[in-house]
Design a protein around this ligand. Structure first.
Ligand code: GCO
Ligand code: MN
Ligand code: MN
Length: 386
């Protein structure tokens, strides 16, 4: 029942299950797997797809001949396993050239190199089948605001996006961009720090219809925000092009924990939302196993991400058909007031009616709102005692 199937669209990055467990205090603890080995691992655990940064697949200093060799071995592994590549992205954060940002660098040569690297990476992604291209601006930020004017930095960011949508159109690629916000790490402060900021920024782009967002659970949680609300806003604007699922305790370092391993209730409402609205994109797990894990445990980590998603999907269904929960919801949401047609679109007569009406504030403030009961029913359901 909780076995992953291709139509669940579960994807992982080469960098996720391939994470070797280094952190700022210690080096790798797991052997580095080749991309082909990672594809085999993902096929074994039942994933649908694999995503990558350009340099997860092709080393930054590879020759063209080496690139061709790597791509053909990778394609063979995809063919043999049936895995697909729905998304690709660029590493614009590891090389020292990008230590002060890529698209927002004050140095036009760095910005030019970032564009060149991204065009090459877009070509690579499209060659392998990607239809979504993620931009995560990990180094697009500052340690000190003495260094840059944020208005100029954002203008550079905008120019880069406009340049790259121009490139995609010129090539005739079937590719959409998904911008991923994060408040901090690896920079002290990263520009466009929340999904809401990203959505506002997209509205200022030349080809905004080609650009949406890739919200990540951990990134909104790091900022102490409600992730579901950001996802819902993106969805309502038809901008939810991709999603990064993982987990994170607010206020801590960037943990990238197994999906649903910390914030079960938030994960539940998120999965329920995605399933209820019919989100049809990838469910991408941008997480990695604990540093204590060996590769058997990495498989347990990957299986766990998908299993928890599917359990929560089932719980969402149970919530939707639970008689007591639904009865409470009907009671809470009953709208028998005379105003439902008046509070929508503005009309002069509607405004006049509202101005003349004698509202009974005390009656409005005394309506029953049994949210404690509703929430406890949700908790009972999640804990498996309903
Ligand atoms: C992070 C980010 C990245 C991006 C990835 C794809 O916190 O490091 O989530 O994992 O998602 O670079 O662009
Ligand atoms: Mn992240
Ligand atoms: Mn991410």
């Amino acid at each position: 029942m909780y076995e992953p199937r291709p139509d669940h669209k579960f994807t992982f990055g080469l960098w996720t299950v391939g994470n070797v467990g280094g952190d700022p205090f210690g080096g790798p603890v797991r052997r580095r797997l080749s991309p082909v080995e990672i594809v085999a691992l993902l096929a074994e655990v039942g994933a649908y797809g694999v995503n990558f940064h350009d340099n997860d697949l092709v080393p930054i200093d590879a020759s063209w001949a080496e690139r061709e060799q790597i791509v053909s071995e990778f394609e063979k592994a995809l063919d043999e396993t049936g895995l697909v590549v729905p998304m690709a992205t660029t590493n614009l954060f590891s090389h020292p050239a990008f230590r002060d940002g890529a698209f927002t660098s004050g140095d036009s040569s760095v910005r030019a190199y970032a564009l060149r690297k991204t065009m090459d990476a877009i070509d690579l992604g499209v060659e392998l089948g990607a239809t979504t291209y993620v931009f995560w601006g990990g180094r697009e930020g500052v340690e000190t605001d003495a260094s840059k004017n944020p208005v100029v930095a954002l203008q550079h960011y905008r120019e880069a996006m406009n340049f790259l949508t121009g490139y995609v159109k010129d090539q005739g690629y079937d590719l959409r961009f998904a911008l991923e916000s994060k408040p901090n790490e690896p920079r002290a402060d990263i520009y466009l720090s929340t999904t809401g900021s990203m959505l506002a920024f997209i509205g200022t782009l030349d080809d905004s219809e080609m650009v949406g967002v890739n919200p990540e659970v951990a990134h909104e949680h790091m900022a102490g925000l409600n992730f579901l609300h950001h996802v819902a806003q993106a969805w309502s604007m038809e901008k939810l092009f991709h999603i990064d699922l993982n987990d994170q305790t607010p206020g801590r370092y960037d943990q990238d924990l197994r999906f649903g391993s910390v914030s079960i209730k938030q994960a539940f409402f998120l999965v329920k939302f995605l399933e209820d609205v019919g989100y049809s994109g990838s469910r991408h797990f941008d997480a990695h196993a604990y540093r204590t894990a060996d590769y058997d445990d990495v498989k347990a980590f990957a299986r766990g991400c998908m299993r928890t998603y599917l359990i929560l999907k089932e719980k969402g269904h149970e919530f939707n058909v639970d008689p007591a929960i639904q009865a409470l919801l009907s009671q809470i949401n009953a709208d028998d007031g005379p105003f439902s047609s008046l509070v929508g679109a503005y009309t002069p007569s509607g405004a006049q009616t509202l101005k003349e009406f004698e509202f009974d504030r005390d009656h409005l403030g005394a309506q029953s709102q049994p949210y404690e009961e509703l929430d406890q029913l949700t908790i009972d359901l999640l804990l498996g005692v309903r």
